[in-house]
Design a protein around this ligand. Structure first.
Ligand code: NAP
Length: 239
């Protein structure tokens, strides 16, 4: 029987590339989405998986999603906490409501999904949790203070959880992408994106597939002895 991978925010961007790659690797994929139903269903039809709606910031919706997964796939063997949003602007200019939303989705959503999958993983004494943070969580970005702080929280979360659930046979790792070409960066001008590529030692921006390859490794048995680690996939932008 195929193992099941739940990828949050897999309707677009990095999450959809992860879903396509994990399906190629032989996983049954659960494509979580919030607003982009049509594209989530297209990804699910390509992967042979299922699309399940849940706003991950809402614990009740996450529980409903887990009930659906239990019925249709048994449970989650690999959780990829990918869904996220960004907020740009000077720290003091970000309204409290947007600050709260950013935290609720990026951190609260990761906590909700992890809390929902862990009991079964602990019972089975096996599982993989892969958190998608950001290089800005490691080095900080001006005008993205809230985002950087939330992504830094995921790094701390990864390290602490890896220690807590390692004895239960669960590996917890984190990927810190550099600048990846997705909708999240479409507000940047071509000039800004060209400059970011120039500042990258490998002289290009990343693709969603670059991140999917790293997730594929961390979901596979090739990474059996790796846990609590932060893997930068950023073309050398942060060294
Ligand atoms: P994206 O293209 O904007 O896609 C975001 C995805 O997250 C969408 O599938 C969206 O689903 C989902 N999502 C947002 N809020 C959600 C919620 N409350 N519940 C469930 N799903 C939700 O972003 P991306 O660039 O692929 O980013 C994916 C992850 O990589 C994020 O965590 C991001 O912070 C991180 N990252 C991105 C970059 C980059 O340069 N792009 C760099 C470093 C880290 P719907 O459309 O269905 O609502």
């Amino acid at each position: 029987m195929k193992k099941t991978a739940l990828i949050t925010g897999a309707s677009r961007g990095i999450g959809s590339a992860i879903a396509l790659r994990l399906a190629e690797d032989g996983f049954f994929t659960v494509i979580n989405y919030n607003n982009s139903r049509e594209s989530a269903e297209i990804i699910a039809s390509i992967t042979g998986g299922i699309a399940v709606k849940a706003d991950i910031s809402d614990d009740a919706q996450v529980k409903d999603m887990m009930d659906t997964i239990s019925l249709r796939a048994g449970g989650v063997d690999v959780l990829v906490n990918n869904a996220g949003i960004s907020v740009s602007g000077l720290f003091c200019d970000i309204p409290l409501q947007r600050e709260k939303r950013l935290w609720d989705v990026n951190v609260g959503g990761t906590f909700n999904c992890t809390r929902a999958v862990l009991p079964r993983m602990i019972n089975k004494k096996s599982g993989r949790i892969i958190n998608i943070s950001s290089m800005w969580g490691e080095v900080g970005a001006s005008c993205e203070v809230h985002y950087s702080a939330a992504k830094a929280a995921l790094i701390g979360f990864t390290k602490a959880l890896a220690k807590e659930v390692g004895p239960s046979g669960i590996n917890v790792n984190c990927i810190t992408p550099g600048v990846i070409q997705t909708d999240m960066n479409k507000h940047h001008s071509k000039e800004v994106l060209d400059e970011l590529a120039e500042d990258t030692p490998l002289e290009r921006l990343g693709t969603p597939e670059d991140i999917a390859k790293a997730v594929s490794f961390l979901a596979s048995s090739d990474s059996d002895f790796i846990t609590g680690q932060i893997l930068g996939v950023n073309g050398g932008f942060v060294i």
